[in-house]
Ligand binder design. Structure first.
Ligand SMILES: [Zn+2]
Length: 372
């Protein structure tokens, strides 16, 4: 073949290839309908400073509690999923001698991260909310320790009493790239909003009076959800530090999940506060609940007990149509860290244990000194 002809042939091949790939790319951009994403949502709630599988009162190992155990479930659940997100639903700082020792004896030094938040940073939570017990040590303490978590901390229904605006960041829109069933990437906006019981104004009157006010959960949700949608949230997840109860709703309702599930644009509810397990037998008589699929009024809900005893999991299927993502299928369930006899079902996360060991050991030593 002459040199000239060879060049011509190469030129033609290049033109055809360029045309072909641009058509393929155009196809990828336009044929977006009916794409399906599997998204796994993971929940911890009501950890109550139970970082270690240890009972400080009985001074012995307790394999039914501890984030060092739940962590094993988190790693495993993540490894099974193509796309996953991890959230905590609050009441994580207080509830055992470790939590008390840090606040009342040692104190939180400026620039030092609270071991609970050190653990959350290590586990790479995507966002967290705070519970009523986070307010027990006062707002000043909370503001100091909240410098520790590297992920967004959201709560929408605690307002500043002085400025009449949210005291915390009310919601966040997480931008995540997710892989669909055919292996293509999609940028999805996950709206995350947090709530806690309005009863905080009674429970923590001394700490809160004149500084903050608590707004009703459902009314606050109804106000913020359209704002989040307008800001581009494809799906909305409620970090609801509130339990599940079908008693008629009123603005002071403490356990509001049942009524949050009525809000159309809330797609997923991660519940907490009452230390219950959902789905679970305790809720088998709850009206409009599907215990097999873990739904309330058709909405995926999960509540993972307390003290790290379980990991909450919601497996979602999202489908896109005309640029809109919709949950088309969901299954909620929880996985325990131990069996009914207290035997561990999961390895201790030794790396996490090493990260929090100093404060754990100091607490054990302090209790020993007291003769406990
Ligand atoms: Zn609570």
């Amino acid at each position: 073949m002459k040199k000239k002809n060879l060049f011509l042939l190469l030129f033609i091949i290049t033109v055809i290839w360029t045309l072909f790939t641009s058509i393929m790319n155009a196809e990828n951009n336009t044929v977006d309908n009916n794409r399906i994403i599997d998204l796994r949502i993971l929940e911890t709630t009501d950890i109550h400073a139970a970082l270690v599988n240890y009972d400080y009162y009985q001074t012995k190992t307790d394999n039914t509690i501890g984030l060092v155990k739940t962590s094993g479930l988190i790693h495993h659940a993540r490894s099974e999923a193509v796309n996953s997100l991890l959230f905590d639903v609050g009441d994580h700082l207080k509830g055992n001698p470790l939590g008390e020792y840090l606040v009342r004896i040692k104190g939180i030094q400026k620039g030092k991260t609270h071991p609970v938040y050190r653990a959350f940073n290590y586990l790479k939570y995507d966002a967290i909310t705070i519970g009523n017990h986070e307010l027990n040590y006062g707002l000043k303490f909370l503001k100091t320790v909240l410098k520790g978590p590297k992920m967004p901390v959201v709560n929408a229904n605690v307002y500043s009493a002085i400025e009449n605006k949210p005291y915390f960041k009310p919601y966040v829109i997480l931008k995540r790239t997710m892989v669909d069933k055919q292996g293509a990437n999609h940028d999805i906006n996950i709206g995350v909003i947090g709530f806690m019981p309005p009863q905080i104004m009674k429970w923590d009157k001394a700490n809160l009076d004149g500084k903050v006010i608590a707004r009703p959960i459902v009314e606050t949700a109804k106000e913020y959800v359209p704002i989040m949608k307008a800001e581009g949230a494809d799906i909305i997840i409620a970090l609801a530090h509130t339990g599940i109860d079908s008693e008629p709703y009123h603005p002071e309702t403490e356990n509001a999940v049942y009524y949050l599930s009525d809000i159309q644009d809330i797609d997923v509810i991660l519940a907490g506060h009452s230390h219950s397990i959902f789905p679970g037998n305790n809720f088998k008589d709850l009206p409009h609940a599907n215990i097999n699929e873990g739904k309330i009024k058709g909405k995926p809900v999960v509540m993972a007990g307390a003290f790290g005893s379980r990991l909450g999991i919601i497996d979602l299927q999202l489908e896109v149509n005309a640029g809109k993502w919709k949950v088309i299928k969901s299954t909620s369930f929880t996985r325990p860290i131990a069996d009914e006899n207290g035997n561990p079902l999961v390895e201790t996360d030794k790396k996490l244990f090493r990260l929090i060991k100093p404060e754990h050991q100091e607490t054990v030593d302090f209790l020993k000194k007291l003769g406990i």
